[in-house]
Design a protein around this ligand. Structure first.
Ligand SMILES: *Cc1c(COP(=O)(O)O)cnc(C)c1O
Length: 313
């Protein structure tokens, strides 16, 4: 199975046209940037391997994507988390529910006798891995050099599309978590001598932290995408009325976006466009993650009401 060549749509936002690369449409079960990051595992053989091990939050897009990967590979998935909130356990939905339906084993450290205060990463290193020979281990959010394989293919697709459409100046915009996707796209452009610029914003931990994450993946500053910084500090996973407003406006375009990264991404893009004098074409990368809306949207409607929701997909 090969994952590639998602379409590009055009939507009107901020009184201009913006291209949207639809990586949310990559594959019905395996889409968005996690599928790009995990493509290496899908497209290579791992003789003898029968288990995938990961860790993170029980609501993470990466949990669902790893469960889809494991299913496609015929592997089992063990995913370690610190804790599962009781309402999620009682009523599994979103990424967590879909991962369970794919057969994932989500193991909560607070239910184990031998966790002894370790965090999930340390627990896997010290307790799990010594007994497991034939496993593939993926760091949190897929932040690893294996991600370069699939993400550089995405970059190549963007170059091809820009060539076909004779877009010689282009800005690719995407919101970052670990920054892995943005960094490897930009690294590809720099190494191939392509003039497309990559702009991003930090959804997790702020701009200085994102730069640190970039440095861990490449110590060549030329590989680091430009970071757009908003004056207001937003905390990952928290609800903000301006996020919800942005999401509702975006929904009018007919494309459903997700609620953790995209509202900040579009706010940062708006900020950039307000500051920038040049009128360069923008390609916004839709990185999937829509299953998370099953849990995020009820949180928003409980807090701010739903009278204005036009597209609840
Ligand atoms: C994981 C994720 C991101 C962040 O990707 P990084 O490569 O960690 O920066 C952004 N958007 C969505 C929808 C995601 O699932």
């Amino acid at each position: 199975m090969k994952l590639s060549h998602t379409p590009v749509d055009t939507i009107e936002m901020f009184n201009r046209d913006i291209f949207v690369k639809r990586d949310d449409l990559l594959h019905p079960e395996f889409s968005g940037n996690k599928a790009r990051k995990f493509a290496y595992f899908l497209e290579h053989d791992f003789p003898g391997v029968c288990k995938l091990i990961g860790y993170g939050s029980p609501q993470a897009n990466s949990l669902y994507s790893m469960s889809a990967l494991a299913k496609l590979k015929g592997w089992s998935l063990e995913f370690y988390v610190d804790h599962i909130a009781s309402h999620i356990k009682k009523n599994p939905s979103g990424n967590y529910g879909a991962a369970l339906a794919n057969g994932a084993r989500v193991i909560s450290l607070d239910t184990l006798d031998n966790s002894e205060g370790r965090d999930t990463y340390t627990y896997i290193q010290e307790v799990v891995q010594p007994h497991e020979a034939n496993v593939v281990f993926v760091p949190e959010g897929g932040r690893c050099e294996y991600a370069e394989f699939g993400v550089s293919k995405l970059a190549e697709e963007i170059v091809q599309w820009a060539d076909e459409n004779e877009l010689h100046h282009l800005v690719v915009f995407l919101p970052s978590g670990t920054g892995t996707t943005a960094l490897y796209i930009n690294k590809y452009f720099v190494e191939q001598g392509i003039s497309i610029r990559v702009l991003t914003c930090a959804a997790v931990g702020g701009s200085a932290y994102l730069t640190q994450q970039f440095t861990e993946l490449s110590d060549n500053p030329k590989h680091h995408p430009e970071i757009v910084t908003l004056e207001k500090k937003y905390h990952f996973g928290k609800l903000y009325p301006e996020f919800y407003e942005m999401w509702k406006t975006l929904s009018l375009s007919g494309i459903a976006f997700e609620l953790l990264y995209d509202p900040l991404g579009w706010l940062a893009l708006e900020h950039y466009l307000n500051l920038s004098a040049e009128d360069v074409p923008i390609l916004y990368l839709h990185q999937g993650g829509l299953l998370g809306n099953e849990t995020m949207l009820p949180r928003y409607t409980r807090k701010y009401g739903d009278e204005m929701v036009n597209c609840s997909n």
